[in-house]
Design a binder for this molecule. Structure first.
Ligand code: NAD
Ligand code: UDP
Ligand code: UDP
Length: 306
């Protein structure tokens, strides 16, 4: 697995190890942390390799989960050229590896391939509305190009590919300072600071708890031969950012005030997955409501703060 020391990757590894699998975690620790996998170091079925996937990698494995890529706007805009490189050059290397050792490879793609969508909710057949030259483009276009590479390696070289379009996911081990909305709001509430709403807070997102996502990714990897996706993996229950802020305040009992800051450029106004394909092909749908997932997430950030 690439990107295994990150938020999603570390949960996926926990699940694979619990299921009895052997895991090689490949990560350059750019946004990931050893703390996310510290509990696995020394486990007989776990191995960590510090490596940047923009360089070739020669290993022997049975399947590849390709998750390496900074995922939050603050991180992926910190070194945008590197962000495109990890999606494009990193994917080429991992596809080259999959081709050589003839194993299936799953790509962690993103709802960002839909950009600021003009179709709502988004189905996989929607081609998206992405600015190719904006501040978010390194991530969005990098992930779009990665999808192109996956489908061309599939068509040209017969590689078994599985492409997941992941929607906003949250949970324990999110980086507390990566600027994403759930971690920001929870940290601000726990510190009694103002809650920063970008724009008027009427923009929407649909939040999936990380355990649901992990289940979806495993079911996709194990789906029938020939099923490639892309398939949306996300929670279709949509909230405005203001509703999320109010829920976090209520659940933490914080006295924080809501303050408005300017909306970042190209910030999508609405996002909600149509998950009919995941339901039909994988028999998957999320089962954890935002309120329940937030309880665990708030607990995690509380412990981190102490
Ligand atoms: P994360 O930043 O916590 O994890 C990404 C991991 O990739 C980190 O451990 C980082 O160190 C590693 N990495 C980055 N560049 C690398 C490189 N060149 N070589 C090796 N490792 C590298 O992010 P996350 O939230 O866990 O996201 C995991 C994947 O899921 C990403 O590909 C992301 O684009 C995708 N995704 C996540 C979300 C979400 O809401 N969390 C939504 C859509 C898609
Ligand atoms: N690659 C890799 N590990 C492997 C096989 C290939 O990292 O086990 C890299 C290889 O260095 C190459 C890329 O994957 O740059 C794409 O490989 P492919 O076989 O598609 O292309 P080619 O080697 O023909 O350029
Ligand atoms: N957002 C916000 N306050 C924050 C952080 C984010 O209002 O402190 C908004 C942001 O403008 C966006 C939404 O919350 O509309 C989700 O942002 P995030 O960075 O988590 O994910 P993405 O934009 O990639 O969906």
């Amino acid at each position: 697995m690439t990107g295994g020391a990150g938020f999603v990757g570390s949960h996926l590894i926990d699940r694979l190890i619990a299921d009895g699998d052997e895991v090689l975690c490949v990560d350059n620790l750019f946004t990931g942390a050893k703390a996310n996998i510290a509990h696995l170091l020394g486990h007989p079925r776990f191995e960590f390799l510090r490596h940047d996937i923009c360089w070739p990698l020669f290993v022997e494995v049975d399947a590849i989960f390709n998750l390496a890529c900074p995922a939050s706007p603050i991180h992926y805009q910190h070194d945008p050229v590197q962000t495109t490189k990890v999606s494009v050059i990193g994917s080429i290397n991992m596809l080259g590896l999959a081709k050589r050792i003839k194993v299936p490879i799953l790509q962690a793609s993103t709802s960002e391939v839909y950009g600021d969508p003009t179709q709502h909710p988004q189905t996989e057949s929607y081609w998206g509305n992405v600015n190719p030259i904006g501040l978010r483009s390194c991530y969005d276009e990098g992930k779009r190009c990665a999808e192109t590479l996956f489908f061309d390696y599939h068509r040209q070289h017969g590689i078994a590919i599985k492409v997941a379009r992941i929607f906003n996911t949250y949970g324990p081990r999110m980086h507390p300072a990566d600027g994403r909305v759930v971690s920001n709001f929870v940290m601000q509430a726990l510190r009694g600071e103002d809650i920063t709403i970008f724009g008027d807070g009427s923009q929407t997102r649909s939040f999936c708890y990380v355990d649901d996502l992990v289940e979806g990714l495993l079911q996709l990897m194990n789906s029938r031969d020939g099923f490639t996706g892309p398939v949306n993996i996300g929670n279709p229950v949509e909230f405005t950012i203001r509703e999320l802020a109010e829920l976090v305040i209520e659940m933490t009992g914080a006295r924080s005030k809501l303050v408005q800051l300017p909306l970042p450029s190209d910030d999508p106004t609405q996002r909600k997955p149509d998950i009919s394909l995941a339901r039909a092909e994988l028999g998957w749908e999320p089962s954890i409501a935002l309120r329940d997932g937030l309880v665990k997430t708030i607990d995690y950030f509380r412990q981190l703060a102490n």
